[in-house]
Write a protein that binds this ligand. Structure first.
Ligand code: ADP
Ligand code: ZN
Ligand code: ZN
Length: 802
């Protein structure tokens, strides 16, 4: 007898352990750790992951596994172990962790189908089962009492394969493939025998003589500029043959990837890559921080590191932020590694995502380029993990399990004994601090490939504009600069920060912003209560009537959307042709690319947008970058507001003058003397780092202290207040005396969907028992959570403080 230990799909914190199930004899040979099964659980049948197989169980009356859902494991041993660790780290359920590692489609309904790949080697009973067909459903196999051991053997030998058929229209796509029906030398003979005037047929044959492999008919027609009719003639002559085959939906099918080869590395690239190569060659785990200015050639370092990994027969994961996963970025990896690359991003349909994932699972690719969740790619011979733009907050998942891809990368790097490379022009403060301490190995690239200076930055003081009588949101200098570019047929990128959910209050005369005296973050204006509140601690004051610095009454709250900017800009410069890119204009699939193409083809002269235009884009004729309201980033109620501003300003500035034409950057702000603005305009990361570290030290923020954010929500505001208060009290009692508890306080967004939200925050240096205490608190509220709609969210090292 064998017993399977199963993690069951029940979302309750009280069942975060495994259950034992007897493995029916018919599945003995087949069932492996990492497969999913259906099992009886109480009155229901549910799904579960098999995480261990053992000979016996202590449980008296064991229930049996009902059915298997997978024929091959969907999770490797490594991922099973990683999932457990991740669940513990984030205080989530094992089941949540495992689900998060798999493509969503695997959660949905789908069918399994067995496809026959050969007739010859199959056993008699399997042959009989297929009865001349190429496909049978897995259900049919089970109903006819098929032999699982034989099936497994055939699968291992590659005589059959299992396809997952997602129940949606667009899943299975088939295409016509053309291949040679005779050996190459016979084709050569046939070529000579073709009539002299059969030029078209000659061309197709010639193609196969020089490329003796199967090709999709559509591609063949394109390549040889031929017709289906010509191909058909050759098939009738018995020289070629056609087959209908399942193809992967390729989201980049219509993109032509020009193939590239390794560039001669520059001196600074060589210096940066050698330690990485060494770690790959010698098979040891090391985390590198590649700090390279924009345009310094980081991508080439990634590419040539991966090249080495592939040569050693190993695999690579490359993470890029979702919004940077543009065709431009994908092109660079596909161009170098061609079909060895799978791409995973949220723009794909669930079916497409699943296809890409399947390629990884079947080891048909060597490289995956993707957003956050690609970190779970089921590779088994990882040789390198690269995280580009490592400072990006999108690497943190904002729902359970709240993991950070960087931490997962480090875990997997350790497991596979391979390097982890974190790359950025503006590393996260925490990362740079670790590099300085020697926890990471720092690799620096300080000059741009084209040897050009970064474009000069001009800071415009919007207070002076006001004094000069200009009440628009565009300074005179910016308007003039835009007009010049339009005249010269050059292009402009205008950047506006994504509108914050909250509004801060600022004096337009002197630029003073009202801040919390103990937290150093901007106070948020609450219209309903006419109060200014701090969202970390509980500090609040009535809305001010005049500036406490200069007594001016020009007090304004901020928060302008891109649409409004577009309208105002057209009033000032009616001849402008604007492409606006924000969440509203890019919602539909493919809209992103379409808008960029319009700009690329110069059918517009201004690209106006939010964060999504800040990175990765590369246009030759962009010679001016304008940043409209630096202040709306600088004053978000977030202790990272200044750091995020510095990063964004550096990123957007990098969009100008990337090619031959020199670029220029104009930043508009009311806070001209702020260190983040000043140092970003000088591209001085090092100095910025030192200054910001000082700030963090004095206000007790990371990297000097760790944070844990606990967010409570419920329809009843009193209930939320009471629970949050209780949690704060429990934490205070059980954590060490070194920890500080901030709050309880209303969250920056106090109400979402009629649920009230309160929070408290733990600031600490070292609290080894923290997770255990929090788990106990969650246990304590278990019934309220299960039955009474109470929500308690715990975020370790949070990035979103809203
Ligand atoms: P980063 O990723 O650091 O911003 P990129 O990788 O985009 O920089 O490189 C900037 C430009 O320099 C690109 O156009 C790239 O093709 C080019 N480049 C990079 N490395 C080399 C090299 N070794 N030789 C020639 N050109 C290079
Ligand atoms: Zn003032
Ligand atoms: Zn405060």
């Amino acid at each position: 007898m064998s017993v399977a230990k199963v993690v069951v799909d029940v979302p309750s914190s009280q069942i975060n352990h495994t259950f034992d199930y007897k493995i029916p004899e018919k599945y003995e040979a087949l069932l492996k750790v990492g497969m999913r099964v259906t099992i009886p659980f109480g009155p229901r049948k549910i799904m579960g992951f098999v995480i261990e197989i053992v000979p016996t169980s202590d449980v008296k009356r064991l229930k049996e596994i009902e059915a298997i859902m997978d024929i091959t494991p969907v999770l490797t041993k490594e991922l099973l172990q990683l999932g457990k660790w991740m669940a513990d780290q984030t205080v989530s359920l094992y089941i949540q962790a495992y689900q998060a590692m798999l493509p969503r489609v695997l959660k949905a309904k789908y069918k399994k189908e067995i496809e026959k790949l050969t007739d010859i080697e199959l056993t008699a009973s399997l042959k009989q089962m297929f009865a001349g067909r190429d496909f049978i459903t897995f259900e049919e196999f089970e109903e006819n009492k098929g032999n699982y051991a034989e099936l497994l053997h055939a699968l291992k030998e590659g005589y059959i394969q299992i396809n997952y058929i997602v129940e949606s229209k667009e899943t299975s796509k088939k295409a016509l493939f053309i291949d040679m029906a005779k050996e190459q030398h016979l084709l050569e003979e046939a070529f000579i025998d073709l009539p002299k005037n059969a030029k078209k047929q000659q061309e197709v044959l010639q193609y196969f003589i020089s490329n003796p492999t199967e090709i999709e008919q559509k591609k063949l027609i394109e390549k040889c500029k031929t017709t289906p009719h010509t191909i058909q003639l050759l098939i009738e002559k018995g020289l070629l043959k056609k087959t209908l085959k399942k193809v992967y939906r390729d989201p980049f099918a219509n993109t032509n990837f020009q193939s590239t080869t390794a560039l001669q590395l520059s001196e600074q690239q060589r210096k940066a890559i050698e330690p990485i190569w060494k770690s790959i060659d010698n098979n040891y785990n090391e985390t590198f921080l590649l700090h390279g200015v924009t345009g310094s050639g980081k991508t080439e370092v990634y590419l040539q590191s991966i090249e080495k990994v592939i040569k050693l027969g190993k695999e690579a994961i490359v993470l890029v932020p979702e919004i940077a996963l543009t065709p431009q970025m994908v092109k660079r990896f596909k161009g170098r590694f061609g079909d060895d690359v799978a791409v995973l991003h949220s723009g794909l349909s669930p079916g497409e995502r699943f296809d890409e994932w399947t390629k990884i699972q079947k080891k048909e690719v060597k490289v995956v380029v993707g957003a956050r969740s690609a970190i779970f790619a089921p590779f088994e011979k990882l040789g390198i993990i690269i995280i580009d733009e490592e400072h990006e907050t999108s690497y943190k998942q904002e729902e359970q399990p709240r993991y950070h891809a960087r931490e997962i990368a480090k875990y997997r790097g350790e497991y596979h004994q391979c390097p982890v490379v974190l790359g950025s022009a503006t590393p996260l403060l925490e990362s740079f601090a670790r590099a300085k301490k020697g926890v990471y190995t720092l690799l620096e690239m300080t000059s741009r490939m084209n040897e050009q200076q970064m474009p000069p930055v001009k800071i415009i003081d919007m207070r002076e504009e006001l004094h000069a009588g200009n009440r628009t949101m565009f300074s005179r200098e910016l308007v003039q600069a835009i007009k010049n570019r339009i005249e010269r047929n050059e292009q402009v990128v205008l950047f506006l920060n994504r509108r914050g959910h909250s509004t801060f209050v600022m004096c337009r005369e002197c630029g003073d912003v009202v801040k919390c005296p103990s937290c150093d973050i901007a106070l948020t204006y609450h219209k309903s209560s006419y109060q200014l509140k701090c969202h970390y601690c509980d500090y609040q004051i009535p809305m001010i009537q005049e500036c406490k610095e200069c007594q001016s009454k020009q007090i304004q709250y901020f928060g302008t959307g891109t649409q409004k900017v577009e309208e105002s800009l057209l009033e000032v410069i009616p001849e402008a042709k604007i492409v606006r890119m924000d969440v509203d204009t890019t919602r539909r699939k493919g809209a992103h690319e379409k808008l960029l193409t319009i700009f690329q083809e110069k059918r517009a002269n201004i690209l106006l947008g939010t964060q999504m235009i800040a990175k990765g884009l590369d246009f030759e004729d962009v010679t001016l970058v304008g940043v409209l309201a630096v202040d709306s980033m600088l004053n978000l109620p977030d202790f990272r507001a200044s750091e995020k501003t510095f990063q964004l300003l550096t990123q957007v500035s990098g969009r100008a003058g990337r090619h031959k034409l020199p670029g220029e950057v104009i930043m508009q702000t009311y806070s001209t003397e702020h260190y983040a603005v000043q140092l970003a305009s000088q591209y001085n990361y090092e100095q910025y780092f030192l200054h910001e570290m000082q700030m963090r030290k004095s206000f007790h923020y990371p990297p000097y202290y760790y944070l844990t954010l606990i967010n409570v929500s419920h329809q009843d505001e009193l209930k939320v207040q009471e629970v949050t208060k209780m949690i704060s009290r429990l934490l205070l009692k059980h954590l060490s005396g070194d920890a500080t508890i901030l709050g309880p306080t209303p969250s920056p967004i106090v109400r979402i969907n009629n649920r009230y939200r309160y929070q408290c925050m733990i600031k600490y240096k070292d609290e080894p028992n923290q997770r255990e205490i929090i788990r106990k608190i969650l246990q304590y509220y278990h019934d309220d959570i299960q039955k009474n709609n109470l929500m308690i969210q715990v975020d370790f090292e949070p990035y979103q403080l809203m």
